[in-house]
Every structure is written in structure tokens, then in C-alpha cells.
Design a protein around this ligand. Sequence first.
Ligand code: ADP
Ligand code: MG
Length: 227
Amino acid sequence: MKKIVECRNLYKNYYQGKIEVPVLKNINFVMEEGDYTAIIGPSGSGKSTLMNLIGCLDKATSGSLLIDEREVGSLTENELADLRLEKIGFVFQNFQLLGGQTALENVELPLTYADVSRKIRRERAEQALARVGLTDRMDFLPNQLSGGQKQRVAIARALVNNPRIVLADEPTGALDSHSGAQVMDLFEELNAEGVTVLMITHDQGIAGRARNRVEIRDGELGRVEED
Ligand code: ADP
Ligand code: MG
């Protein structure tokens, strides 16, 4: 299978004042196309930092990251933006929807950066919202939606570009267990359709639903012992 994500000896340091603080240490990690992997680790262990690197939202201090067999470190900002737009969908714990825009407008947003006509934009956003079961909520504002519905809108937004990879950072962290289970069902369906899913969580139960599990502790990855 094709490697769609590959981290080689990846390091990320942050600066606190003048002091350099290592956050990710020698990360080596591969996902093949179609994988469904959970990275599990306690708060502060570096999960979001790793997700932001893999999502090309931030740059590593050293090491190599390949997305779909392309070295990300050598890409320009524009090339990175294109890569994100074409290949990657993001889902965040706190949804990150625009409050003044309807569900439909939020889902259309990524397409406004792509070269897509208004009509096609609307059609694709409607399809994505239908995909997550929200056809009857398209014209609602985020504050008129439940947490679970907001996260489904965010998933529709992540899907509207037909990404090859979906990155989800604690996607059920703000949800009750029923809504969380619905969100997890959606990720499983997407994965069954061939989308590569990387989920980050500190919840063992949620991680248990992924097909592979990797643990992160103090910025270092390790395999989870399976029983
Ligand atoms: P997690 O998502 O696992 O809770 P993070 O990746 O958000 O952890 O953070 C890992 C560590 O990096 C934490 O100690 C955090 O304080 C630190 N950190 C995260 N972002 C920054 C930043 N922008 N500047 C400095 N330190 C940061
Ligand atoms: Mg985090």
C-alpha cells in the first residue's frame, strides 16, 4: 500500500522566551492509504502539535515529513496551502465554525479557496451535509445547533474537498457519549470508503474503535500493547 503519511526523525521545539523546549522527539510514524489510526496520550504530550505538523499547519524543527510521498519541508507556503486543500480535512475538538455563518456557508468555506463555481460549491456543500445527516439543518447558525450537530457540520466541511486524509484532534472531546458515538460512526464509514483517518484522543474507549493505536508520551511515540 502507498504511504500517505510518513514522519522520519521528526522533532518540534517551542521557545519559551529564549529557552528552547522540546515538544516532539524523534517521531517515526507511517500511515498507509486507507489506515485508521488513533494516537492516544495524556494532555500536554504533544498530540495537537503532531497533528498540526501532519496537517501542514506548522513546520517541524527538524526531520522529514512526507504527505502522499512528497517532502513537505521543501514546499512553499502556496504549495502547502494547495496540499492542505486537495488532500487534508481537519476536525477539531471545539468545531471551529464561524458563528455568523450558516451550516451551509461554513461547509462551503474551503471551496471558496478552490477554483470552484458558486453553484458547484453549493451543491457539494449540500451533498456533504446530507452525508452527515444534516439536510434539515443547512440554514441554521452554529448557536442553533447541538454540539453533536456542530461537529457533524465540521466533518462535512472537512469532507467537502474529498480529502484523502482526515485529521481529527479530539473530535469527541466536547460531546456527550451519544453524539460522540455518532461522530465515531461517521469516521468508520469514511474509512470504509477508503479515506485515511488519523484521530487524536486521550480517551481509551474512543481509541479502541480505531484499527491501529499508537501512544504518545512526553513527545515520544510508542506502540500500544494490545491484549
Ligand atoms: P496535547 O494536544 O497532547 O494536549 P500539545 O501538542 O497541545 O499537547 O502541547 C504539547 C506541549 O507543547 C505542551 O507542553 C504545551 O504547553 C507546549 N506548547 C504547545 N503549543 C505551544 C506554543 N505555541 N508555544 C510554546 N509551547 C507550546
Ligand atoms: Mg491537544
